[in-house]
Design a protein around this ligand. Structure first.
Ligand code: GMT
Length: 384
């Protein structure tokens, strides 16, 4: 198949899933064309069957905001026509599902039909999409996609609850590549971070408000009072300064390390004992899955799709959003019981295997085939 993938090229989960999916499809012999405004963060090396088309919005003094949606639409029309794509798969509804619909309509006026698949990732529905600024466009674009997937049952349910949707939604979970995410021996690194055998807690995110990174620090403060430990914070974003301020306030700067954006997250996970994800909203929690694949149990909130990933009392513990005391107590319990910790580690790995890329990628392929087989070009569509 020749597949066009549209995504955000940044470090966010949707861009990571889109890029890894495209690379995986290319390895299986599909031709994959990434179309976005910058080279995606995880698309740095040359790979057979992978192509990249950069979208640049023309600047003009009249435009206070360069019209990216228009530029992307034109690029999609161009790439579909000249690369002869079979299908467009867009990640994150805003504005990609809308842009794909527009491109499809333009192509139909020339008698060229390309089906579109939209993958909903989370905040495009839960936070941004449900905002009145975007809601009618998001609902319309989901309904006009030829195929729609969501990354968890919870996100599917939220989408159906929040919008008037008359389209089927297929749940296709986030996935993990075990070639990359597996526990490897990094003892020298562990010794440098925790020289006296302290336990290592870790958090990875884009430091947006929704991630509640300050809760991570508050949980750590309680854990540190009972268990000799260190906290590693990976990622960066708008909340970084607030989080640093809190570390200073509680006087734990020497125990908490900000590692910034790390390409080799798996190396840090390989030396970690516990992953903390107290998010306010989380459609799936890819970062938690990456930790589990590296045998790191998870202390998380029980929101969104997290209970589909982190299994209470087996791979970690789940609490209500903001229940710092319970999260800290569960962390202390786990870190103080070596036998239990070891059991949770193995359970985490077993649970992560359910989301092996080797199982999820064929699900996407079957779904594409189904869309290509069932969505027939309707000539009356041209006039709508
Ligand atoms: O977590 C983020 O803020 C990034 C966001 C994105 O769309 O880039 O991630 C969302 O998509 C990921 C991949 O499908 C999911 O694993 C994350 O749970 C989801 N984030 C939220 O729902 C907050």
């Amino acid at each position: 198949m020749k597949i066009g993938i549209v995504c955000y090229p940044t470090y966010g989960g949707s861009g990571v899933v889109a890029t890894e999916l495209g690379k995986g499809l290319a390895r299986k012999g599909h031709q994959v064309h990434f179309i976005t405004y910058r080279q995606p963060a995880r698309l740095i090396n040359f790979q057979e069957n992978v192509f990249y088309h950069e979208v640049s919005s023309a600047d003009y003094p009249l435009f206070e905001y360069p019209p990216y949606d228009t530029a992307l639409t034109s690029k999609l029309v161009d790439v579909v026509k000249y690369e002869n794509l079979d299908l467009l798969h867009v990640h994150y509804a805003i504005p990609h599902a809308t842009v794909a619909y527009m491109a499809k309509k333009i192509l139909l006026t020339e008698g060229r039909y390309v089906p579109t698949v939209t993958t909903l990732h989370g905040t495009d529905i839960t936070l941004v999409g449900s905002n009145r600024t975007f809601a009618p466009v998001v609902a319309f674009s989901i309904n006009k996609s030829d195929g729609v997937t969501a990354v968890s049952q919870s996100l599917k349910k939220q989408t159906l609850d929040l919008f008037d949707i008359n389209n089927d939604i297929e749940v296709i979970y986030n996935f993990i590549d075990f070639e990359r995410f597996r526990r490897v021996n990094k003892d020298h690194f562990r010794k440098a971070i925790a020289p006296d055998g302290e336990k290592i807690l870790v958090h990875v995110s884009n430091f947006r408000k929704v991630k509640r990174v300050r809760d991570v620090v508050k949980i750590f403060e309680k854990v540190y009072a009972k268990v000799p430990s260190k906290l590693l914070l990976i990622g960066d974003g708008p909340e970084r300064q607030n989080v640093e301020d809190l570390c200073r306030e509680i006087g734990l700067c020497d125990e908490i390390r900000f590692l910034g954006k790390q390409d080799a997250v798996e190396e840090v996970l390989a030396i970690s004992d516990l992953f903390i994800m107290p998010s306010e909203s989380e459609s799936f929690g890819l970062a938690a899955l990456e930790a589990m694949a590296c045998e790191v149990p998870v202390i998380s909130s029980n929101i969104g799709g997290l209970p589909e990933v982190n299994i209470e009392g087996q791979t970690g513990f789940l609490s209500n959003v903001g229940d710092i005391d319970e999260m800290a107590n569960n962390a202390i319990r786990l870190l103080s019981d070596e036998e239990m910790l070891q059991k949770f580690r193995l359970n985490a790995l077993e649970q992560a295997k359910k989301f092996d890329i080797e199982n999820i990628l064929p699900h996407y392929e079957r779904y594409y085939e189904h869309i290509l087989a069932t969505k027939i070009y309707d000539k009356t569509d041209v006039k709508v």
